[in-house]
Design a protein around this ligand. Structure first.
Ligand code: ITT
Length: 221
C-alpha cells in the first residue's frame, strides 16, 4: 500500500493542489485536521520559520490512523510584490482577508503603462512556498518560486487566495520561467491562476515546485 502524506492545512485549495501533484507520484494525501485552538501560526520574518513552527506542532498531533512510513507535510506560502518591497509576503493571509485582491490592485494602480512588457515588469511579483516534511523522525525542506506579475483586474474562475490577480511568466520547454514578455512553450496566455484549471496552475506553481524539490530529496525518489 502506498504511504499516506498527512497535510496539515486548513486551506482546501492548497490541499487540492498537493493532492493533484502527489497522487501522480503514488502517494495518498489526507488532510491532517487539528482544532484551531490547538494550533498557532507565528507572525515570523520568513516562510521557513513559519513552516518549521507548523511542522513541530503537527508532530504533536499525529492522527490515530498514522502508520509507520507515513509522512507529515506542512507548507507555508505567500505573494511577494516587487514594487512593494516584497509585501505582503509573510503577511499574505492577513492582507488577503483584509484588503483582498482589489486592495493589492489598488496599491499598484499607479504602475500601469500602455506597453504590456514594461507594465509586467513594473507590476512584477512572485509566489513563494516552503514545504516541510517529517518522516521517520527526519525533516526535509523544499522550496519553490513562481515569478509573474499582478493583473490590472481580477480574472476569476478556479483557484483561491491571490490566484485571480496573478499571471505567471511563460515557461520554456524545460519548464523554467522566462522573463516578462517572452513567449515560451508553456503559457497561460495572459490568464491569471484564477482563470486556469488546477492542472495548468500545477505546471507553473510555487507549490508544485516546492513539493517536487522536497520529494526529490527522499531516498526512494
Ligand atoms: P494553512 O492552513 O496551510 O496555513 P493558509 O491559507 O494560512 O493555510 P498560507 O499561510 O500558506 O496558507 O498562505 C497565506 C496566504 O497566501 C493564503 O491564505 C492565500 O491567500 C495566499 N496564497 C498562498 N498560496 C497561494 C496560491 O497558490 N494561490 C493564491 N494565493 C495563495
Amino acid at each position: 500500500m502506498s504511504p499516506t502524506v498527512w497535510f496539515l492545512t486548513g486551506n482546501t485549495g492548497k490541499l487540492a493542489e498537493a493532492n493533484n501533484h502527489l497522487t501522480k507520484l503514488g502517494y495518498n494525501v489526507r488532510q491532517l485536521i487539528v482544532e484551531n485552538d490547538q494550533l498557532y501560526e507565528p507572525q515570523a520574518a520568513t516562510l521557513e520559520i513559519v513552516a518549521e513552527s507548523k511542522i513541530n506542532q503537527a508532530i504533536e498531533h499525529l492522527p490515530n490512523e498514522f502508520v509507520d512510513g507515513d509522512m507529515i507535510l506542512v507548507e507555508d506560502a505567500g505573494l511577494f510584490v516587487s514594487a512593494l518591497d516584497g509585501f505582503p509576503g509573510v503577511y499574505s493571509s492577513y492582507v488577503y482577508s483584509t484588503i483582498g485582491n482589489l486592495g493589492i490592485i489598488r496599491l499598484l494602480s499607479h504602475l500601469e503603462t500602455e506597453d504590456p512588457v514594461s507594465s509586467a515588469n513594473l507590476r512584477a511579483a512572485q509566489f513563494r512556498a516552503v514545504a516541510v516534511m517529517w518522516r521517520d523522525g527526519e525533516i526535509i525542506v523544499g522550496e519553490g518560486i513562481c515569478p509573474g506579475h499582478i493583473a490590472t483586474e481580477p480574472m476569476e474562475g478556479n483557484g483561491f487566495g491571490f490566484d485571480p490577480i496573478f499571471i505567471p511568466y511563460d515557461l520554456d520547454a524545460e519548464f523554467q520561467p522566462l522573463e516578462a514578455g517572452t513567449y515560451g512553450e508553456h503559457s497561460t496566455h495572459g490568464k491569471t491562476f484564477g482563470a486556469v484549471d488546477v492542472e495548468v496552475k500545477g505546471k507553473f506553481s510555487h507549490r508544485s515546485r516546492a513539493l517536487k524539490n522536497l520529494f526529490s530529496q527522499l531516498p526512494s525518489a
